[in-house]
Design a protein around this ligand. Structure first.
Ligand code: ARG
Length: 459
């Protein structure tokens, strides 16, 4: 196929080199951004008198028809073209004749591809943010359901102190709200138009970059032509925001895998989000969570690839930058797919409240509260801590929980122990006494839920 850039060279290219150079197989998904960008470019050229109004009409109706035909399936994107920009322009010229060749006045594929990527990236950020907020809403609803469900909280994966399942779930909600903020923040910074920078130095035509930017809903224009065509910061920023989002999904995945195991039995993942084994009839595997945990690695890879592509590049455009697309698209697709499964999976998740409570009662997780009981009666906390350590050691020997030890036995450790100690160490009381801001008390979880919902509504 004759190349758009045939001129100095004859445009003939080695077959392997041609395939190696082409990006159409993956950048064809930018067809919409490319065509809409070109429509605005034609409008700007006409407004400035660089092309005639008649030419503008022909270009815009030709481009609109191409867009409609691609969307209806009447026009199939030809993968023999070098890239999507080439395909659209060549199709336009084939359809409307020589006037189609005027479209590329005062621009280059370098600013064109930067424009297309920014338009694609801001939509991706918006879509992802919407999904992140849906998942946060689903988790908040679950937290509401289980706001008083007592479970063991863990440190080092050892039973630590009693919390509620609602409190645990709300921790993920606040992570996701930060993810949504990060996506929105990156979008805000990227939303300045690079078009009009042309190849690298700007153009001699009397263009109106601000007008073209306005037509495309940008907040403004980039300030430096070299930076306009060589900037891929926004790809890195979004990949980094997506990587952190995946970290959060992966941590939640790990907990779902643990909690749904026979050893924990804290949650029941709905059957339609699990798989069986081809040999072990009893199996119900949490594959969705495992896959999300696994796919986190490839998103990190996408981020690392992009950072590495950029680190040694001289200004301005270099072909290396074509490598921005596959890693960005892959990360966006991966995160969207994970969120798409997690939203309904979390909605249908059920907690096994009895097992959670039984575990909460079993691991001496009210030992801190027993020490606090002594400390509040005047004993320095370090001494109280030591006495309770001895009580736990003896209770372990005697295979008793702290609730099962008789008052007269408690008195052997300290005369400060009175009948009210049992109330102080009941796990429900342990939870509800933790009313410090952000603590696990039901009232505190309710406050968190209200705050999260308010934030989600204003997004
Ligand atoms: N397919 C190219 C890319 O994605 C488009 C820009 C081509 N520019 C050039 N100078 N060859 O980067």
């Amino acid at each position: 196929m004759s190349k758009l850039w045939a001129g100095r060279a004859d445009g003939a290219i080695n077959e392997a080199a041609e395939a190696f150079n082409a990006s159409i197989t993956f950048d064809k998904r930018l067809y919409r951004e490319d065509i809409i960008g070109s429509v605005s470019h034609a409008a700007m050229l006409a407004k400035q008198g660089i092309i005639s109004l008649e030419e503008e009409k022909l270009l815009i109706s030709g481009l609109s028809a191409i867009l409609a035909d691609i969307e209806s399936g009447d026009l199939v994107i030809d993968e023999k073209a070098e890239d999507i920009h080439t395909f659209v322009e060549e199709t336009l010229v084939a359809r409307i004749g020589a006037v189609g060749k005027k479209l590329h006045t005062a621009r280059s594929r370098n600013d064109q591809v930067a424009l297309d990527m920014k338009m694609y990236a801001r939509n991706a950020a918006d879509d992802l943010k919407k999904q992140v907020l849906s998942l946060a809403a689903a988790l908040t609803d679950k937290a509401e359901t289980y706001k008083a469900t007592v479970m063991s909280g863990y440190t080092h994966l050892q039973r630590a102190q009693p919390i509620t399942f609602g409190q645990h779930l709300m921790a993920y909600v606040f992570m996701l709200l930060r993810d949504a903020d990060r996506l929105a923040d990156a979008r805000k910074r990227l939303n300045v138009s690079p078009i009009g920078a042309a190849a690298l130095a700007g153009t001699t035509y009397d263009t109106d970059r601000a007008y073209e930017a306005l037509l495309l809903s940008f907040d403004g224009v980039t300030e430096n032509s070299l930076d306009s065509v060589s900037d891929r910061d926004y790809v890195v920023e979004l990949l980094s925001a997506i990587s952190l989002l995946m970290v959060h999904l992966s941590r939640l995945s790990e907990e779902l895998v643990l909690w749904s195991s026979f050893e924990f039995k804290y949650v029941e993942i709905s059957d339609d989000f699990t798989t069986g084994s081809s040999i072990m009839p009893q199996k119900k595997n949490p594959d969705m969570a495992e896959l999300a945990r696994g796919k986190t690695g490839r998103v990190f890879g996408d981020l690392m690839a992009m950072l590495t592509v950029l680190k040694g590049l001289p200004l301005a455009y270099n072909k290396d930058m074509q490598e921005d697309k596959e890693c960005f698209f892959d990360a966006v697709d991966t995160a969207k797919a994970c969120l798409g499964v997690f939203i309904p999976m979390i909605k249908s998740l059920k907690a096994n409240e009895e097992n959670m409570l039984a575990a909460a009662k079993g691991g001496y997780i009210n030992a801190t509260d027993l020490a606090d009981y002594l400390a509040k009666k005047g004993l320095p906390f370090r001494e109280a801590y030591k006495i309770v350590g001895e009580i736990v050691r003896d209770a372990l020997h005697g295979k008793k929980t702290l609730e099962e030890i008789a008052l007269e036995d408690y008195k052997k450790y300290s005369p400060l122990f009175k009948e009210d100690l049992y109330e102080a160490i009941s796990v429900l009381n342990c939870v509800n006494k933790r009313t410090s801001y952000g603590g696990t008390a039901v009232s505190s979880v309710e406050r968190q839920i209200a705050l999260a919902r308010e934030k989600m509504q204003t997004e």
